[in-house]
Ligand binder design. Structure first.
Ligand code: PPE
Length: 304
């Protein structure tokens, strides 16, 4: 990982090597934290963070679901994020805010434990590879099931949830695939380890509802772009048959951006390459994050 100079930790800018945690931090043992993944992109008007307000809103939503009290205001974390990017003189970066139970109290009951908050930024390239963004990836349906929300709060970005994602990811990668698709307990497609999933059939875009999955901000952006292109969008449950019979499929996420899917479980999706609708939505998404689409400039928060 590429280090930068500054990390923001509990109200102060500290040097990268100084941003450490104690081995008895609560979150290290029990996954008791909430976090976000955000990206900043270079634009003609300077670096801009994509949908920063929405990401901060989701951070506080996750904290509320989990019952963790963030000892800063949403606006403070918003301001600090922009400042941190300029302080590190970055043009493009990934942004990782995290709030977690820190050091001082062990045992499962975290009530009253200290909450630490940090924001780190670093440069992070294509999550599933440049090749994947261009030509599509090969996916595997995971034997691991996305837990329902009465088991884990899967529509909140709680760190402990990601054990489920790691299990699915490792299983898929070891079997020679780039990424895993997780089903819900009823066999419907839920989402991927760190992305939402879309299929296109007869020019209609379909994505699972987010009752049991993360309400992706990239997902929401793609749905808005599709509607602006007058493409019909449906949020409904579907199973793997529909996925295998799709004309096109792709996944969305801050890290993965818009990555086409060319194959699932060895079966070719559509023509086995990024389809026309995927390419059109992908191109518009890249234009919007890089400030080349005036209609979506509302999604950008510029670093001063
Ligand atoms: N589902 C999950 C489970 C998920 O973690 C993400 C983001 C999404 C969907 C897409 O959400 P959004 O980024 O708002 O469009 N995953 C983040 C973490 C990746 C990581 O490896 O860490 C991300 O994309 O930043």
């Amino acid at each position: 990982m590429e280090e930068v100079e500054w990390i923001w930790l509990n109200g102060e800018f500290v040097k990268w090597p100084e941003a450490k945690v104690h081995v008895l931090s609560h979150a290290l043992h029990y996954g008791s934290g909430v976090f976000e993944g955000i990206r900043c992109y270079e634009t003609e008007k300077g670096p801009a963070v994509f949908r920063l307000k929405d990401h901060m809103k989701r951070l506080f939503y996750s904290a509320e679901v989990f019952g963790l009290k963030i000892p800063f205001k949403r606006q403070e974390l918003y301001d600090v994020t922009l400042k941190l990017i300029s302080k590190n003189e970055l043009k493009e970066c990934y942004i990782r805010p995290i709030a977690y139970y820190g050091y001082g109290q062990m045992g499962l009951n975290p009530i009253g434990a200290k909450v630490d908050v940090s924001i780190a930024v670093w440069s992070w390239g294509a999550y599933l590879g440049e090749e994947g963004i261009k030509n599509g990836i090969r996916m595997k349906i995971s034997p691991w099931i996305r837990p329902p929300t009465n088991v884990m709060p899967t529509n909140a970005k709680v760190t402990g949830n990601y054990v489920n994602s790691i299990l699915a990811k490792v299983e898929a990668v070891e079997a020679g695939f780039e990424e895993a698709i997780l089903l819900d307990i009823n066999g419907n497609i839920a989402e991927c380890t760190g992305e939402n999933l879309f299929i296109a059939k007869d020019n209609v875009l379909i994505t699972p509802p987010t009752d049991n999955t993360l309400k992706g901000i990239t997902r929401d952006s793609i749905m808005q772009i599709a509607l602006d292109f007058e493409v019909k969008v449906e949020e409904r449950l579907f199973n793997k048959d529909k996925l295998f019979a799709a004309d096109e499929a792709f996944l969305t996420g801050t890290a993965a951006e818009v990555t086409p899917i060319r194959e699932v479980d060895g079966k070719q999706i559509g023509e086995g390459k990024p389809g026309p609708l995927t390419k059109k939505l992908q191109a518009k998404y890249y234009d919007s994050i890089h400030g080349r689409s005036p209609e979506y400039e509302k999604w950008l928060d510029f670093v001063k």
